[in-house]
Ligand binder design. Sequence first.
Ligand SMILES: *[C@@H]1O[C@H](CO)[C@@H](O)[C@H](O)[C@H]1NC(C)=O
Ligand SMILES: *[C@@H]1O[C@H](CO)[C@@H](O)[C@H](O)[C@H]1NC(C)=O
Ligand SMILES: *[C@@H]1O[C@H](CO)[C@@H](O)[C@H](O)[C@H]1NC(C)=O
Length: 395
Amino acid sequence: MECCKKWLSTSRLFLFICACLSGMLFAFVWRKYEQMVQYSEAYSHYTPALRNTRYDTWLYTQGLMSDLIPEENISFSVRNQKLTTEADFLFQKVSIFCLVRASNVKGAKAVKETWAKHCNSVKFFGPFIDDKIPVFKIPAASSFSPLCQALVHVWKKHYGEFKWILITDDETFAIIENVRYYVASLNASHPYYLGHSAKHYFDYFNMADSGILLSVGAIKTLHSLFPDGNTCIQAPSGHFGVSIGKILQKAEIMPMDTRDQLGKSRFNAFSAEKLLIPGSISIFSSYWKQSVFLSPEGGDCCSDHAITFHGISPSQMYIMEYCVYRLTPFKFSRLGLGNKPPPSSTVKSPKDQQLGKAKVTLIQKERPKKNKGKKLNSTVHDNRWKNFWKSFFSS
Ligand SMILES: *[C@@H]1O[C@H](CO)[C@@H](O)[C@H](O)[C@H]1NC(C)=O
Ligand SMILES: *[C@@H]1O[C@H](CO)[C@@H](O)[C@H](O)[C@H]1NC(C)=O
Ligand SMILES: *[C@@H]1O[C@H](CO)[C@@H](O)[C@H](O)[C@H]1NC(C)=O
């Protein structure tokens, strides 16, 4: 009798463990299946893609082409101070208004002292006032109404000063030069609603975490629906990211596939650290389920011209700024200064040896067009499937 009881209790324990394990296995397979459905759905029917904006062709139509100022000229010569760098040119041409949802002074201060310096103008909105930070005070910075009021305010006070608005929070690091590079060739009078596309039931929207980029055309549509602050009360959803998506979807303005030509993400809902190290984002995170256009985890996660990263603490902002804007390895140079590469160098093309800063120079229009805007190579698409199956079997 005693022995029977013991046997019964161990078998119960065994059954319990078995049930748990199979439950976990089922959840895992289900999650992977959902990702797969998401993938195929994304390819079969969805909103338009905006993966290559043909920047070089646009630059050519402006009568300009990009060239390099060698590093020596920047370091040792003052004559080059007259040169316009490509970034300066784009700063004038593609004006970006940064609207930052701030939750506390520390985060807002870090944003103001790091990446926001690169915006043409920046405005914060949030539940506090600070004499050093331009905060537009709106209580409770988490739902739709404050953002709507902030947009109404920006429209009234700053109309005509910008072509694009980038909406982020104070945990986002944005690389504004890459925003300009991405959208320079687009007509901002048309409605563009760019970011990391996601889906929630039947609503397509751009995730708030990875930043939302709106053209003046899209803001104009929003303004026609919400002409003043008093109309901002009727939010279609509790979450402002979903709300904006719902409102714009009604006006037939849809999110787009904003990954680059290689399928790497421009607008990122996580930090580079999390995206670069596979397994850092929980497989049960709604990110996997909601993202419409996923990029693989690991080295291929993020575009070389990525626009945003999210989940960045104030102290990490300063490190990001240093890495993005200042830290540069000192390479060998064309004029023989600096370290020579080892004999078995992997440097292949002159583009890989990029040194110094890019500048824009005038060109004569009758010169043959440089066809730099390469067509999307079909092997990229095949690789995405290969990577998917690889990740399926390896994890
Ligand atoms: C860089 O400096 C060298 C020597 O002064 C000069 O010949 C060259 O034209 C300069 N290049 C640019 C792009 O300014
Ligand atoms: C941009 O679009 C607007 C409205 O469709 C049009 O009036 C304008 O000419 C366009 N601008 C350029 C530079 O194509
Ligand atoms: C696509 O890229 C691969 C390697 O990246 C190359 O071998 C292949 O020739 C390319 N195909 C086309 C059509 O350009």
